[in-house]
Design a protein around this ligand. Structure first.
Ligand code: NAD
Length: 430
């Protein structure tokens, strides 16, 4: 399956015009080939079970009505309720949301938690909304997709453009509609509403556990490693701080407005507290060179953590990527063509469905705590997270060796195998 060309935006960022669903299906085809899966089963796994498109109105602060398009996609529920974030971004599409839902299915299976995959999205630029408009948009979107959601059926979580406050509004909206509080209907909530300790940092923490394991396997001393991170949001900023705590030097970071680079290292905590989210953003920091997001990817470094959006490393730039280890914080940052080019160089990609699984692992912990009304301390959460991440990394690495393949294919082999076994065991109704 061919993948269309990418259109660079003004600031050098790639747009979401890559056919992400074709990319996810291409990855699935490789795994089903290794597993020798039946053609019918392959077809089942290549399609989402359910997808809903909603177009809903919101009365904006100026009194005008604006219509927004949203989606919720459930890919496969064979192993349990579906689970997946809600993204607010101006470039999302149904097919991208379907790909993200499919990756969630494999991700939950790779780390062996009892969920299928889902994803939701609204085409919106949240920077253009007031807080009140954001709340109204969230409550209306959730009401329009509420037939799909439920603590035993489909459980959203934060993704790009959404946060704990948005999850609180989702929980409240769902609770209003059933007449009692339902904390387990969404994860990534504020602690005081049944959120889990450690959830906010979970994805970035898991990314750094994956990085530590990858460094060990690849013989890289993290104490001397230079790390470049694209995206300085929830995942990127946490990964930056924890990578620094693990001994590495973070030499470049970026957000949607561009990147900053200092080969001697950047003050990660200061950037997170004093620059990110403030007027002018990280590029206001003076002791660094300003570069574009495309240039950032090609900087001289040992580790690259793409933690922003999909399709950033492609056939166009893969041969110029210098990092010997790429840990995918974002979903789908490398295209299959890029995988091949980077693999040929002997460099390692720790794939998204393993590397960024920390978020869904702690979401699972949050859901379990909500259902039991019994809450854990942060240490317990972090220890359990690390244990699952390490075990999953080890099983992917072992599978990679057995199948003589790369880590992405190995992770997909594990995920697709577990999901296909559950699908076959359950059988086809009626
Ligand atoms: P976020 O909204 O908190 O941060 C996103 C960051 O990326 C911001 O710094 C933003 O400025 C930057 N960004 C946005 N568009 C960009 C572009 N076109 N080019 C470069 N940078 C851009 O989101 P997040 O929760 O940190 O998620 C980041 C990635 O990690 C996404 O791909 C998401 O699907 C994935 N992910 C997130 C979680 C989670 O728990 N939050 C879990 C698994 C995977």
């Amino acid at each position: 399956m061919g993948i269309p060309a990418i259109t660079p935006l003004e600031d050098g960022i790639m747009s979401a015009e890559v056919d992400i669903l074709a990319m996810a299906r291409q990855q699935l085809a490789v795994a089903t080939g290794h597993l020798n899966l039946d053609g019918g089963l392959h077809q089942v796994l290549a399609h989402p079970q359910r997808a809903l498109i909603v177009n809903f109105p919101v009365v904006m602060d100026n009194g005008e009505v604006q219509v927004f398009e949203g989606f919720r996609v459930q890919h496969n529920a064979s192993r349990g309720p579906t689970k997946g974030g809600i993204r607010y971004h101006p470039h999302v599409s149904l097919s991208e949301t379907s790909a993200l839902a499919m990756w969630m299915t494999w991700k939950c299976a790779v780390v062996n938690i009892p969920y299928g995959g889902a994803k939701g999205a609204v085409r919106v630029d949240t920077k253009k909304l007031s807080r009140r408009e954001l709340e109204k948009l969230t409550r209306r979107y959730v009401t329009d997709i509420n037939g799909m959601l439920g603590e035993r059926s489909d459980i959203p979580a934060p993704d790009i453009g959404t946060n704990a406050q948005v999850m609180a509004w989702i929980m409240d909206t769902m609770s209003m509609q059933v007449g009692h509080t339902v904390p387990g209907v969404v994860t990534g909530k504020p602690i005081e509403l049944g959120g889990s300790e450690g959830r906010v940092e979970a994805t970035g923490r898991g990314v750094v556990v994956a990085l530590e394991e990858a460094a060990r396997v690849h013989g890289l001393d993290l104490g001397n490693a230079r790390v470049v991170i694209q995206g300085f949001g929830n995942v990127g900023a946490t990964a930056a701080r924890l990578a620094e705590e693990a001994g590495a030097t973070v030499v470049a970071i970026s957000d949607a407005t561009g990147a900053i680079y200092n080969p001697k290292g950047l003050p990660v905590r200061e950037l997170a507290t004093k620059y990110s989210g403030h007027e002018g953003g990280i590029r206001e920091y003076q002791d660094a060179e300003k570069v574009t997001n495309s240039e950032l990817l090609e900087l001289d470094c040992d580790v690259l953590i793409p933690a922003a959006i999909s399709a950033q490393i492609t056939a166009d730039n893969a041969d110029r990527i210098k990092a010997s280890i790429i840990v995918e914080g974002a979903n789908g940052p490398c295209t299959p063509e890029a995988d091949a080019i980077i693999g040929d160089k002997g460099h390692l990609i720790v794939p998204d469905i393993l590397a960024n699984a920390g978020g869904v692992i702690v979401s699972y912990f949050e859901w379990v705590q909500d259902l039991q009304n019994f809450f854990w301390e942060e240490d317990e959460v972090n220890v359990k997270l690390k244990k699952i991440m390490r075990a999953a990394f080890a099983s992917v690495e072992a599978t990679r060796v057995v199948y003589k393949t790369d880590m992405r294919t190995a992770a997909l082999i594990i995920g697709v195998k577990r999901v296909s076994e559950a699908t076959v065991r359950r059988g086809i109704f009626p």
